[in-house]
Design a protein around this ligand. Structure first.
Ligand code: DSN
Length: 423
């Protein structure tokens, strides 16, 4: 075997699968709120020789020799994140957002402890107490939800449940919610009941980095995040916390939740933190928020209902019942995929349907913004979505939508034509 041979020679089957997905990425409009297109620099670091190194432990205290350089790269990543977010202590080892949450729960809580988080069917995440996830299996989760009228998190309800349940930890954060949470108010409620305050900022950390969303780091005891969503870095997680919790959180990640860190991903995290400190990145983050708002307005102008009536961040949820009572999220997502628009179906607050059918679709703008789309394009896409969903059995309308989607995807590609390697 020639170890220097290119992938296309060594494994044409996998090379062809990569090429096919690159083609899918180039030819569709991508509206999955948790996806993005990493830079060449991020992908170079992810594909680097750091993939070869074992380094269980932390910089200066490893269980393997030869860690001098990975120590430097992990310190660099931690320092850059600390400066970017104003965090006292940073852990960049979590392999994902779920692993970050696991590390925090393991580090700061005991099995069986009570945690108050957002209802999963109203925007909370799998790791906020789903009965099929480690969180729900190991901890005693109780939940707050949104106000049925406004569909906005009701702080009076958060306070009421917190006072009744006296949780050890309160989690603020979500994977399907479009409004700004009041970090100071959550902090106050946590303080009142003697709970730790954790923010799961996986979705919004990229906006926070770009100064396009309020930063929870000054308020929370601990903030978990991912680096691959709006943040536009490599797949992975991270944790930021007050210094007093640093040692316990580090132990929660390693050795409690994980073994050896992915040093190639840690190097790429360092790269994405440097990218996020630039004016160009701040412009991108501001444009993500402007694009989400513009598309939501365009969809609402077509007479379609958006959960909570709009968005303050990078995403929003369409209530499909305002298009057709019988249209499920799953059917809508499949139909839109068939015309080249990729998104995911999602429950909406008080959804009468189960999650695998759902009554909503979730729309996020980070990836389209990275491709260079601005208000005129995303407003048009909003109208194309509405048109496709309203004319599901009219092949001529669907063909027209498909044509415009393809034209926009070609005009706003994720990577330039001459992008080297990878795509
Ligand atoms: N599955 C991710 C999302 O799409 O929001 C969260 O982990």
């Amino acid at each position: 075997m020639d170890r220097a041979a290119p992938l296309s020679d060594v494994d044409p089957e996998v090379a062809s699968l990569i090429a096919r997905d690159a083609d899918r990425q180039r030819s569709h409009i991508h509206l999955i709120a948790s996806e993005n297109f990493a830079s060449r620099a991020v992908m170079e670091a992810t594909g680097s020789v750091f993939t070869n190194k074992y380094s269980e432990g932390y910089p200066g205290k490893r269980y393997y020799e030869g860690c001098e350089v990975v120590d430097e790269v992990e310190d660099l990543a931690r320092d850059r994140a600390g400066a970017l977010f104003g965090a006292e202590h940073v852990n960049v080892q979590p392999h994902s957002g779920a692993q970050a949450n696991m590390g925090v729960y393991f580090g700061l809580l005991e099995a069986g402890d009570k945690i108050l988080g957002m209802r999963l069917d109203q925007g909370g995440h799998l790791t906020h107490g789903s009965h099929v996830n480690f969180s729900g299996l190991l901890y005693d989760f109780v939940a707050y939800g949104v106000d049925p009228r406004t569909e906005v998190v009701d702080l009076a309800e958060v306070r009421r449940v917190a006072q009744a349940e006296r949780p050890k930890m309160i989690v603020a954060g979500y994977s399907a919610y479009s409004r700004i949470l009041d970090w100071a108010a959550f902090r106050e409620i946590a303080h009142e009941v003697g709970a730790l305050f954790m923010v799961d900022a996986a979705h919004i950390i990229g906006l926070i980095a770009g100064r396009a969303h309020p930063n929870p780091v000054p308020y929370a005891d601990v903030v978990t995040a991912t680096t691959h969503k709006a943040m536009r870095g490599p797949r992975g997680g991270m944790i930021m916390c007050k210094e007093e919790f640093g040692a316990a959180v580090d132990k929660g990640v390693f050795p409690n939740a994980q073994g050896g860190p992915l040093n190639n991903h840690i190097a790429a995290k360092a790269v994405c933190f440097a990218e996020a400190a630039t004016q160009g990145y701040r412009d991108y983050a501001a444009q993500v928020v402007a694009n989400a708002s513009a598309m939501a307005e365009a969809v609402m102008a077509e007479g379609v209902r958006i959960v909570s009536g709009g968005t303050d961040n990078h995403m929003f949820l369409i209530d499909l019942r305002s298009i057709d009572e019988d249209l499920t999220g799953r059917d809508a997502a499949r139909l839109l995929s068939s015309v080249g628009i990729t998104l995911n179906f999602n429950t909406i607050p008080f959804d009468p349907r189960p999650p695998y059918r759902a009554s909503g679709v979730r729309i996020g703008l980070p990836a389209a913004t990275t491709c260079g789309m601005r208000e005129p394009q995303v407003e048009e896409i909003g109208r194309l979505i509405t048109s496709a969903l309203r004319n599901r059995s009219d092949e001529s309308v669907l063909d027209q939508v498909r044509g415009r989607v393809t034209a926009l995807a070609v005009e706003f590609p994720p990577y330039p034509e001459d992008f080297p390697g990878h795509v």
